[in-house]
Design a protein around this ligand. Structure first.
Ligand SMILES: [Zn+2]
Length: 131
């Protein structure tokens, strides 16, 4: 048993791994967001690309995303706020801070991400960088 890197305190097999391996569909935007963080830690850009739609894909280059995440030591994910989902909501927002080391410096990415549910699956569609 190993604790999931997304910080959920769950076993990784019971957390992001089942979404990344395609065994389950992420039930809400926060789960999808956490699994995307875990995929970045693993440099699994195929999963990152697969979970994006619309504006998020504009300017997204899988090769540079892979190079970028390989230069980063991801430290932890802090989910600040995740909007409440009702079964009829197809848009959700998750605010998070991802802490990482880049070239020996502590950095953070503070973002409000927008997710849409399309045909029962959540996708990352846009992000607003804070501060
Ligand atoms: Zn997880």
């Amino acid at each position: 048993m190993s604790t999931c890197v997304c910080g959920s305190a769950k076993d990784s097999a019971q957390c992001c791994a089942k979404y990344i391996h395609g065994e389950r569909v992420a039930p809400d935007a926060e789960s999808l967001m956490r699994s995307r963080y875990t995929a970045y830690v693993q440099a699994n850009i195929a999963y990152i690309a697969k979970t994006m739609r619309g504006p998020a894909l504009v300017g997204f280059d899988p090769h540079s995303a892979a190079e970028w995440t390989k230069q980063i030591k991801w430290l932890r994910l802090e989910v600040l706020n995740a909007s409440t989902i009702t079964p009829t909501d197809n848009t959700a927002y998750v605010e998070f801070i991802a802490h990482y080391l880049f070239q020996g410096r502590r950095e953070k990415l503070h973002e409000v991400s927008e997710f849409h549910r399309i045909d029962g699956c959540w996708y990352y569609v846009d992000g607003l960088i804070k501060e």
